[in-house]
Design a protein around this ligand. Sequence first.
Ligand SMILES: C[S@@+](CC[C@H](N)C(=O)[O-])C[C@H]1O[C@@H](n2cnc3c(N)ncnc32)[C@H](O)[C@@H]1O
Length: 330
Amino acid sequence: MRYLGSKATTVLALSEIIRRHATQGLLCDCFGGTGTVGSFFKRQGFTVWTGDILKFAHSFQLSRVQLSEPPKFLQLLEALQLRSLTDLEALLNRTICHDGWFVHQYSLLRKFFTVENARKIESCRTLITQWTSKGWISEVEHAFLVASLIDNVDRVANTAGTYYAYLKQWQRKSLQEFRFQFLRPTPGPMDCAAYRMEARELVATRFYDVLYLDPPYNSRDYARYYHLPETLAYGDTPPVRGLAGVPDREHQRSDFVSPVRVEAATEELLEGATFGCLIFHYVDTGLLKPEWLRARLSRLGDLTEYVIPTRGYTTSKEVKSTSQRVYVVN
Ligand SMILES: C[S@@+](CC[C@H](N)C(=O)[O-])C[C@H]1O[C@@H](n2cnc3c(N)ncnc32)[C@H](O)[C@@H]1O
């Protein structure tokens, strides 16, 4: 799915940098998001531990990084008298339940989805909830269903990328028909693991051969920008508010998106770190200033810097290019 700060387009350049410093071992991606970097390095043969504080990001990481193949769904298939995952996909695509909370909030009141698509999404949600309450699916199977659902939902969302707002006009992709398809787990070492955990805690847990740090760059709060995937991951129907229908759910805003707390949080993160090689992926225009980062990181060992040029955002008149900076400490 599209994700703020995703490294989908720069992961190849990043891997060329990392491979100059380390080619195997345990790699920790503790700000892992939807698992793009983790799954890439798992495929390259690294054992990957990945983390995030968001529930939906955790379900992506379980599906794409921890799992090497789709779960078997043995109990569910037996209960539903189905033979394969293809049958399960077909069932999720053909069942239409009653319209409910989701259709009302995110299609009738707010144009995030066409009514037809919202109905299909709501039906998948209802089935997953029923299967969970009957005890027919394990936690990992639940995460795999939910992450697959969110990935498919994102393909037909009438947004400019995040769920902070919906668009006034229906975008072409939002008029495509919603289809449920399973995500593809990544083949590779079997001892990879995903943790829903604060980055500072995961980092301090142990020694990592490669410690990859990709924190948020600015004050955008991921929990709010991705409230809708997060609600799909919770499977609940909370009271929602405002133009975007953000739930009232209690959540702790990350210290890494707070201009006031980010330096202290990064300080704490680095204090707890023991590693063979540390990679800090950031931008020069982020909350942490390059001089501050350089000074702090060089206290940990030999510092090398790389720049990955990327195409920035486009307006009708100009294409701005932003660069990502990769700091490597050995
Ligand atoms: C720049 S994004 C990572 C993008 C990811 N590398 C990718 O390619 O998709 C930063 C991630 O850090 C997570 N995050 C923010 N604060 C965190 C914290 N204190 N502990 C763990 N994860 C956190 C956010 O939820 C978000 O998924």
